[in-house]
Ligand binder design. Structure first.
Ligand code: NCD
Length: 320
């Protein structure tokens, strides 16, 4: 039996499909558990048996560096058997549908399935068809819950809390599942969220999301505790959303001068991958205010917490 049995339940649901379904208590409990895993990761002896005997599959239909590798590492540190399905060399390239792939994988009896897919709703569809716990690692423009959790953990470590912290999210908000999940999580936890970017890259009816909408960088950055830059997602732009990359940098790029408008101890975040010299200057990405590498570190800790929490629920179900 896994070590997880008998530990307190953290998540009510069987899957983690989005931040939208998480309560304040669930978010807080996940962040607290991730904090414990973050300290553990800094020790030499950091391999646990929590997920021994569990099979964890990563199924990524879109390219990924950070997310896939950190899920893999998280599963391995918890002692699970981790398999990375390489979509490029799988039958998907022969036209197999997502549901056929799901059925094949289901027959292998995994316990945890992590999916990234270009279509919004793909994770939810899979959750309906699979017998295991499904974790959304990014679906289209929709959600990327573990990214928002790792961002929240990073902010909480620097500010001690999320409530009343002013977070400015800049750039391509419209195409960003990272922005969407962050807005949901941060507003739920009582942070003040501002969004700023060129009009065509802001979501329609943005005010309804509970954020303050800005149309210029300077006022949006004024007094911010956290500046979160987003990648300009060229692959998701079918039309001409921006006049040119040079113009984009001139109006929306984060440089030293603009960063001075934020609080003196403001932190700068970016989920990666970065377009250096487009949305962010290299001097800032590598500078003293940047917590971009810490975000990656917290990514492993948060994913360990999510895998652990969902495995606990599987244990409880099996025992019932
Ligand atoms: C993001 C993603 O894939 O949604 N990256 C990530 O997970 N770290 C953001 C992006 O692609 O720009």
């Amino acid at each position: 039996m896994a070590e997880g049995a008998g530990k307190p339940r953290i998540l009510k649901g069987r899957h983690l499909l989005g931040v939208a379904e998480l309560s304040i208590d669930e978010i807080t409990a996940l962040l607290d558990l991730a904090e414990e895993y973050a300290s553990l990761a800094r020790r030499r002896d950091r391999k646990l048996n929590t997920l021994r005997g569990h099979t964890h599959i990563n199924l990524f239909f879109e390219p990924s560096t950070r997310t896939q590798s950190s899920f893999e590492l998280a599963g391995k540190r918890l002692g699970a058997d981790v398999m990375n399905m390489s979509v490029k060399t799988s039958s998907v390239t022969k036209g197999e549908t997502l549901l056929d792939t799901a059925q094949t994988l289901n027959a292998m009896r995994p316990d945890l399935l992590v999916i990234r897919h270009q279509h919004s709703g793909a994770a939810e569809l899979l959750a309906q068809k699979m017998s295991c716990a499904v974790i959304n690692a990014g679906d289209g423009w929709h959600e990327h819950p573990t990214q928002a959790l790792l961002d929240a953990l990073t902010i909480r470590r620097h500010r001690g809390k999320l409530e009343n912290v002013t977070v400015t999210i800049c750039g391509d908000i419209r195409h960003s599942r990272v922005a969407r999940s962050n807005i949901l999580l941060l507003t739920r936890m009582g942070a003040r969220v501002r969004i700023v970017g060129p009009g065509p890259l802001l979501p329609p009816n943005a005010e309804r999301l509970g954020v303050e909408v800005y149309h210029r960088m300077e006022p949006a950055l004024e007094g911010a505790d956290v500046v979160m830059m987003l990648r300009l997602q060229k692959e998701r732009m079918d039309g001409a959303y921006i006049p040119s990359e040079r113009e984009y940098y001139r109006f929306w790029g984060l440089n030293e001068e603009r960063l001075k408008l934020a609080k003196e101890n403001a932190i700068v975040m970016h989920p990666g991958p970065m377009n250096r010299g487009l949305e962010i200057d290299s001097s800032i990405a590598d500078g003293p205010r940047s917590v971009i590498r810490e975000q990656v570190e917290m990514g492993v800790a948060v994913r360990m917490a999510v895998l652990d929490a969902l495995a606990r629920n599987l244990e409880t179900e099996a025992a019932a």
